[in-house]
Ligand binder design. Structure first.
Ligand SMILES: Cc1cc2nc3c(=O)[nH]c(=O)nc-3n(C[C@H](O)[C@H](O)[C@H](O)COP(=O)(O)OP(=O)(O)OC[C@H]3O[C@@H](n4cnc5c(N)ncnc54)[C@H](O)[C@@H]3O)c2cc1C
Length: 402
């Protein structure tokens, strides 16, 4: 690693020590929960300090609220925060802003759109949702039927979206709409940015078996957005969304469950605690030992591949169809980790509540269940395989026509 990066690492470590409110250690996942007033005030202070340095979205240009850093520098920030129990809450607070809509606005947006929308995402003050999926358009997204009609200075939007994460608490939405119904399936689609706080938008949270409602049905009933909010050219939204989905998949290449906390015990620690070791100090179950080692090797190979791609790109990763490969390998590693942890813990790994289970056990069963979503959101595992076969391996299109 270059001296510059080493110096940067020291600078980051010192800044985090000085600025991260110690009361927030270990409370990353309580961000959205019922925190005390004191914790809320600490969160706000930490958000302001991070946003002030441009570290909410560190690789974005300074003029739009970022810090103009490389991916390698951004990784150092998250590593040094992790060492001190700190975290960057801004991408979570911005919903789909920092990780998906923002990078697409940077690429396709007008100067006016960049100035208007990016700073609010980078500071975590404006939350975004993403309106792509519809009841009859999931994997086959190009079948979408939500319409946007030209009405002078604005578009009038009618239709329904589904699985819209955070729609009920977002101020803006990036939505895929049909602007030319007479054109072919993937033509005549546009990508618009639209305000959620208006009469024509209704959201209905979908309650899951666990009681939480991470996503909604979203209804557009004569909703409006200014024509200036068209992202990219009219009727070319399919190219815009393909790019957005690459950013989404790129952001999902970390091989850990999104709900996993940074101080979660390692698989080896869990194995030793629940399965025990034999006289020579080896895990006391040869079959599990082999599967554990295979998983750890897969996980290491995945992490090294992500690291190599970052290094080869000299710190600036070009997002491409290869994100589909990394998304699928991250999915396999994250789900494999949860499955193995569950198996190692045995009965203790399947408790939902109660004094008989400790915090790690209770959080593991939630991680395991939540992990099932990883192979669906951002485009399913099978759909990524289709993209890999067509766009990387050059095999013929066999699944979707039109
Ligand atoms: C936690 C979570 C959050 C989400 N957040 C959002 C959001 O914020 N905004 C949004 O717009 N959407 C969101 N989604 C929706 C997500 O993008 C879709 O669920 C996903 O694209 C799959 O679509 P579907 O659910 O309609 O399944 P379907 O398309 O009906 O697929 C069902 C099954 O068939 C398989 N399949 C379908 N077509 C093919 C094919 N051609 N080849 C092989 N197999 C195929 C799929 O792999 C899957 O196993 C979210 C989903 C989840 C789970």
């Amino acid at each position: 690693m270059s001296n510059n990066l080493e110096m940067f690492r020291e600078e980051v470590a010192a800044w985090v020590t000085e600025n991260f409110p110690p009361g927030l250690v270990g409370s990353a996942m309580g961000l959205e929960g019922q925190s005390s007033d004191e914790v809320k005030a600490d969160f706000e202070l930490w958000r302001q300090r991070l946003a002030g340095r441009g570290w909410g979205a560190p690789t974005w240009p300074k003029q739009y609220g970022g810090a103009d850093l490389s991916d390698a520098e951004a990784k150092i920030i998250s590593q040094e925060m992790g060492k001190q129990g700190a975290f960057n809450p801004i991408p979570l607070m911005a919903g789909m802003g920092v990780t998906m809509v923002g990078p697409t606005v940077l690429e396709y947006g007008t100067d006016e759109q960049k100035e208007k929308h990016l700073p609010g995402m980078a500071s975590g003050e404006v939350r975004w949702c993403l309106g792509l999926s519809e009841p009859n358009a999931g994997s086959d997204l190009a079948s979408l039927s939500t319409r946007a009609e030209d009405d002078g200075d604005s578009f009038v939007i009618n239709g329904q979206k589904i699985w819209t994460s955070g729609a009920d608490i977002s101020q803006w939405c990036g939505a895929l709409v049909r602007t030319d119904p007479s054109a072919g399936k993937r033509d005549g689609i546009s990508f618009v940015l639209l305000p959620m706080n208006q009469e024509g938008v209704t959201t209905k949270p979908i309650q899951l078996i666990s009681g939480i409602s991470p996503f909604c049905e979203t209804f557009f009933d004569n909703a409006r957005t200014d024509k200036k909010e068209l992202l990219g050219p009219l009727n070319e939204g399919w190219s815009v969304v393909k790019r957005l989905l690459q950013h989404e998949r790129q952001s999902q290449t970390q091989a850990r469950s999104p709900s996993a906390s940074s101080n979660k015990p390692s698989l080896q620690e869990v194995a030793k605690k629940y399965v025990g070791v034999d006289d020579s100090g080896k895990l006391d179950d040869p079959d599990l030992r082999v599967r554990l080692v295979e998983h750890l090797m897969d996980s290491q190979a995945h992490n090294l591949t992500v690291g190599r791609i970052t290094a080869e790109a000299k710190g600036k990763v070009e997002v491409s169809a290869a994100a589909s490969i990394l998304k699928n390998s991250a999915t396999r590693v994250a789900q494999g980790n949860s499955e193995l942890t569950l198996e190692l813990m045995g009965n203790q790994g399947i408790g939902w509540e109660g004094d008989n289970f400790n915090a790690d056990e209770l959080s593991n069963v939630r991680d395991w269940l939540w992990g099932k979503a990883i192979s669906i959101y951002g485009g399913s595992y099978e759909v990524q395989n289709n993209i890999i076969s067509k766009n990387i391996l050059g095999l013929p299109e066999t699944t979707q026509k039109g």
